[in-house]
Design a protein around this ligand. Sequence first.
Ligand code: FMN
Length: 380
Amino acid sequence: MPVITCIEDLRQLHKKNAPKAFYDYVDAGSYTESTYNANSSDLHALRLRQRVAVNVEHRSTEGTMLGQKVTMPTALAPVGLTGMQWADGEILAARAAEKFGVPFTLSTMSINSIEDVAEATTTPFWFQLYVMRDRDFITRLIHRAKAAKCSALVLTLDLQIIGQRHKDLKNGMTVPPKIMLSNVVDMMTKPAWGLRMLGAKRKVFGNIMGHVKGAEGIVSLSKWTASQFDPTLSWKDVEWVKKEFGGKLILKGIQDVEDAKLAVQSGADAIVVSNHGGRQLDGALSSIKALPPIVDAVGDKIEVWMDGGIRSGQDLLKALAHGAKGTMIGRAFNFGLGAMGEAGVTTALEIIQKEFDTSMALCGLHNPREITRDVILNPY
Ligand SMILES: Cc1cc2nc3c(=O)[nH]c(=O)nc-3n(C[C@H](O)[C@H](O)[C@H](O)COP(=O)(O)O)c2cc1C
């Protein structure tokens, strides 16, 4: 077993352990991947302001997100097909998040269902919603999330039309995996993944199969998305979703100041400045660059969070320094899961927390509340 020191170590292990089509699904952005790459490189380019001779003996990484106490200000982002990286992946990631003390968000496109995750955990989790043409199904899905006591609904606004990820097309990525010679040969080199998968609770989309007509059998994600996701989604629908759920609403996928203002008007409780991890509009600004003007415009009216490119505690510190009150991590926890299952998700969270704690201390800070833009020498 290699020594795991950082998220990059987990990524390499994930790549080794999981079938190529599923690993590639995670480690990809749309089209030229310019936004995917910018999310990380723009965070990397930021320089932190070191301070010395400050007593930092007593420190804490704790914070709150929507009034909920968190071990550090990050939540696990909704990631479709998490249960294909490791058998029962959503259940394992939700358990790791619960034990660590950060929120877990279950994707509409998850393998384990809302009910599976509710049964396996005791802390309420968040449910991420994609709005589809079949509004009866969406109404039922919202009510299933309510019945499972989900404490917030994360409505994703930036994927009514899917951005093309070249690798998925080249790999013939389907759920469950298509029997293609290249896939079979690849899977023979990952027998442990296959053995675990044989015992998995589910191997298809748990929130959808058996709940929607025409979604049976092998599903090409991009084709199915194109036919089911509703491109007419509008702010009126956002109001409808809010009313139907009746609890806390988080709007994910905001990139523009005008949209952030509309989000405030819609009565949402938080927004996530996000470009879907660089998987949608290729050419969009990196999240860290999109964040400051949005914080300046609406940061006193709504909780503004950010995701995209966070792979370390230093990145987390930089996001908070740019005004985010919270963050989400997608790939970082999926790399952990694909590397080592539940223990890998815990390891990913521990790595980020330790890096965050050390970096704060070296900047002379004791807790997230003390973080301001002054921590960055070259802020955006
Ligand atoms: C493989 C993968 C699948 C994703 N699936 C979803 C999804 O089902 N719903 C959603 O709202 N966002 C989805 N996202 C976007 C994440 O929630 C999040 O915005 C993104 O991963 C943040 O960037 P990061 O991976 O660099 O942390 C997905 C991201 C990845 C990498």
